[in-house]
Design a protein around this ligand. Sequence first.
Ligand code: FES
Length: 590
Amino acid sequence: MDAPNKGFAFAGSLDELKAKGRLVVHGRHRPILVIYDRGRVFALDNRCPHMGFPLERGSLDDGILTCHWHHARFDLESGCTFDLWADDVPICPTEVRNGEVWVKTTFGHANPAAHWRQRLADGLAHDLGLVLAKAVHGQLAADVPRADIVRQVALFGAQNRDGWGVGLTILTALANLLPFLPEEEAYLALFHGARRVAADCDGEAPRRDRAPLESRPDPTALKGWLQRWSNVRHREAAERTLLTAIASGLSPPVLADILLAAETERVFADTGHSLDFINKAFECLDLIGWEHAPAVLPTIVGQMVAARGAEESTAWRQPADLVALCEETAKQLPDLFAASGARPGWSDHATLARELLGDDPVRIVGSLKAAVRAGAAPADLGRSLAYGAALRVARFGTANEHADWETAHHVFTFANALHQMLDRIGTAADGVAAVRGVLHGAMALYLTRYLNVPPARIPGENGEHLDDLPADADTILATLLDAFDRQRQVDLAAKLVARHLSLGHSPQALIATLARAALREDAGFHAYQMLEAGVRQFTAWGNTDAGRHILIAVARYLAAHSPTERAALQTADIARRLMLGAELHQEAGA
Ligand code: FES
């Protein structure tokens, strides 16, 4: 029986409850379990907060309710769990009126935003996936801005491990995509970001704060010092120098310049990850606010100074000494830029990108120098490099070993990060030292030329109409998701992307679908990087041939890594259904 009375529903007579020990109240609300125990009446959500199985099947002993399914234990009075992985069970007030038991059917919190903020903190601290999913869902439902959730997770990640990590990179990459994502995908993106940060911090020692110097040297001195400390791997000195630069009030573009100068002291360090992490830390601060720079930016210093450069690698030294070629060219850069002066009208990005895919390193470097002479700015070089690297992925031959996808991916994400950093520096600093990164990226791209032997054909080229594929946008995107349900659908995914864009359908809808495809998987770190870098680069080109090639590269990479078990999606789905009050596993209680 369900007779609302000031939000209360009639559960049964007290005598009946005493006789049966427990009753379940059904109605338009979630099922409520009412329990009589040692002279008192309790009511709680009948759906176990762990996976939703009915708690009515649980056992009761000494005020502790134990779920029948995975044996999570709950304090009957408060609903608080003794097993953190299961989460607390919501309770509701009860009243006994003239021998009748009434329960309040609405669950809620006086301040939902504050409640779910605390639960997010709990989930992060104890690496509790289900709690994280509910906390993200709860905050979104309480209209907490997405950026606030990102900030909370990012600051936790920065403070609770000794350096920037994969989790913070994933969080930032996914947060960058939020403007493209509908509600459901935004929930998944924030959940994945939070769970990966929590996993990164689990069992780690928290970070120790360091202080800036008490002097305020000029930016040129700080830049030189940071390069010096990076060279000799002196982390403490490098962190204090960077903190001093931040405390001096240097702008983000100038900070980018001095960090990139230090980073490019080594060649393609840590196969590009070190530079990518630096860029992501900058993007994270764009999202959460630059007032957090002292907490966030120094976290990338440890990896930067410890990173191993390609100059120690045989492949970069023989048969051609690519490192020497880069060093020799880098010495010429100041004069080249001084003589040309960047001209805003330079627009040969696509031509330069194709030249960068050549098989002669001297000619590749020559093309870069010619572009500078013609007026290309550092960011122009970065954009061309990123497009060239995307073409490497778009044409990746599937006869290569599967692990080689990562080789192609490393160059692309490095190039994208470098492009973003050079773009950020703009004209705020000379940025010439940072352009060494373009030389390094160009040589890394050269070294991966075998990945395109033979090259995969890019669909939609040379008048190919792809008329055997669907024409309307919804069907194309549904077919694309269906392709990601099966292994080895790389070519079909590429064709569907080409079909969608060549028909002039919405790139936004395509990006949301690609994001959906990645977010439903137990995606690896690289998949998120690939997706976000691809969307960044597509944004620079729009729906042009180059833009289409870039999203084809993304789709091919994702298709090569799908499907997975989708275990995280299951957790997110359980949390969402529990939060929405849906009845789960009702048959289990029958
Ligand atoms: S412990 Fe209750 S459903 Fe798992």
